[in-house]
Design a protein around this ligand. Structure first.
Ligand code: GLC
Length: 477
């Protein structure tokens, strides 16, 4: 099959969150099955590191029409691990940060240029796999303008929702101006939602299969609590929607191989390695050095989705106990300030690192005894999967992918690979952390069993990529 992936972020070139991780890993896994895989992303000239820029090959250029705008598209490429990456270059649109206020126009351009790229390359595409609202115009524009393009004639569109919260809203006026679509597209059963154009909605309507990144999230978004206002269209197209759990790239995240951590270790005997990593991190972050201290990690975008409001309410109660807490991430200033304030009040217990640092992230996974992921909603979540592999027992709220991957320890059956709570409130969070710490302090054997069980689990991409291939195959049959 000729499979094209379209994404606003792709690891290792440009990433702001889990979408980048998925687009870094899934195409490689699919290519390993023997398919022709192409990944298309914007050429963010100020974001992509020099070490990658210098490797790119200039393929040529063409012009694309963003309605009345006639715009340059430079094409750069890179072949790596069986995948061909295409970077679409237009400095006017993609200088500066990855995301900005002008995203509606930037991603309208990217969608149009992406479809033109397939034609320009003259590859007969089988699958166009789009991701999140930023590529959501691709199915719509394909429907409107590419019915006769031979390169796209047999192609089917898969649209993956990584996060329903970001939908790509614009006024109908702006949408008309950016796309040149006819009025036919702006009705309540197509792009129109509450009087405005909604790209996410259009993508759901005009793709052949909709996927989301965990089975539980696929179900949750049919419910008003999680549907972000799009419940009607989601339920209407439920028949073509499926949840496929993301995997982890163990070539990047494996404590036995990880070069970014001080001591490597595996699931057979994690204790010594983890303690070495813990004391090293305590030294680095200026926390009291003590290998026995229970260390809890929070690595997260600091946005309300991540359950930081209940964490704020529960923090004092958690910090009354004998613990250390290491926080890493950036986001909304109110949460950044909240984390800094916690560290100011508890300098001997909390280290708040309000920036993003990949090396530090690896060190935290390797050092921590627990990772906290109290999300309000979580389409899949990667933190808990990495945490499992690194023996940092996850403590999570039961939602989306967290619910599908973390089973709370049950004293009767002695099953479980972590700890979880159902309702989104501070009380249950604090109680669950207290429960987890109880095992850590007074029933070490149980803690170690839970820890090792998680480390042995396999959430690699092999299984997930097979499920995507199934989806592709079914569409083409
Ligand atoms: C989004 C979701 C996250 C998911 C990721 C990759 O960032 O918030 O839960 O893991 O996309 O699919």
């Amino acid at each position: 099959m000729n499979i094209f992936y379209f994404s606003a972020e792709v690891e290792p070139f440009a990433k702001s969150g889990g979408l980048g991780d998925v687009m870094g890993a899934l195409p490689k896994a699919v290519a390993a099955e023997g398919h022709n895989v192409y990944v298309v992303m914007p050429y963010y000239c100020d974001v992509i590191k020099k070490e990658y820029k210098t490797k790119l090959t200039y393929e040529g250029y063409f012009y694309t029409d963003v309605n009345w705008r006639h715009q340059y598209v430079g094409v750069l490429s890179l072949k790596q691990e069986g995948v061909t990456y295409y970077f679409l270059d237009n400095e006017f649109y993609f200088h500066g940060p990855m995301y900005c206020f002008a995203d509606n126009e930037r991603f309208a351009y990217f969608a149009k240029a992406s479809l033109d790229l397939v034609c320009w390359l003259n590859v007969k595409a089988d699958i166009l796999h789009c991701n999140d609202w930023s590529t959501g115009l691709i199915p719509v524009l394909r429907h409107a303008f590419y019915q006769d393009a031979p390169q796209l004639a047999r192609s089917k569109v898969v649209y993956t929702i990584h996060n329903l919260r970001y939908q790509g809203w614009m006024s109908v006026e702006q949408a008309l101006d950016l796309t040149g679509l006819s009025d036919w597209y702006f009705t309540w059963d197509r792009l129109l939602e509450n009087g405005s154009a909604n790209v996410m909605k259009g993508a759901i309507v005009f793709s052949n299969t909709v996927t989301t990144v965990s089975p539980s999230y696929a179900w949750e978004i049919t419910q008003s609590r999680y549907s972000e206002g799009l419940g009607e269209v989601i339920n209407k197209y439920r028949y073509k929607t499926i949840g496929i759990l993301n995997g982890v790239d163990y070539s990047v995240y494996d404590p036995a191989q990880d070069k970014l951590i001080l001591a490597n270790y595996n699931g057979r005997n994690p204790k010594q390695g983890k303690e070495t990593n813990k004391t090293a991190l305590q030294l680095e972050l200026n926390l009291p050095i003590n290998a026995e201290k229970a260390m809890i990690g929070v690595i997260s975008r600091l946005v309300d989705q991540k359950g930081l409001d209940i964490l704020a309410q529960a923090a004092e109660e958690i910090l009354q106990q004998d613990v250390q807490m290491v926080i890493l991430g950036t986001g909304d200033s109110r949460y950044e300030e909240m984390m800094r304030e916690l560290a100011r009040r508890h300098p001997d217990k909390v280290s708040a690192n309000i920036y993003f640092d990949n090396t530090l992230a690896h060190k935290i996974y390797a050092a921590c005894d627990f990772m906290l992921v109290p999300s309000v909603f979580e389409p899949c979540g990667l933190t808990q999967l990495i945490a499992l592999k690194y023996g940092a027992v996850p403590v999570v709220r039961e939602t989306g992918g967290l619910k599908d991957t973390v089973l709370s320890y049950n004293e009767q059956t002695q099953e479980g690979n972590g700890f979880s709570f159902a309702e989104c409130n501070a009380h249950d969070l604090a109680f669950t952390v207290r429960r987890a710490l109880g095992f850590y302090h007074t029933q070490k054997g149980v803690y170690r069993t839970i820890q090792r069980r998680g480390m042995k689990q396999d959430f690699s991409w092999a299984e997930s990529s097979r499920k995507y291939l199934n989806v592709y195959q079914n569409l083409l049959d």
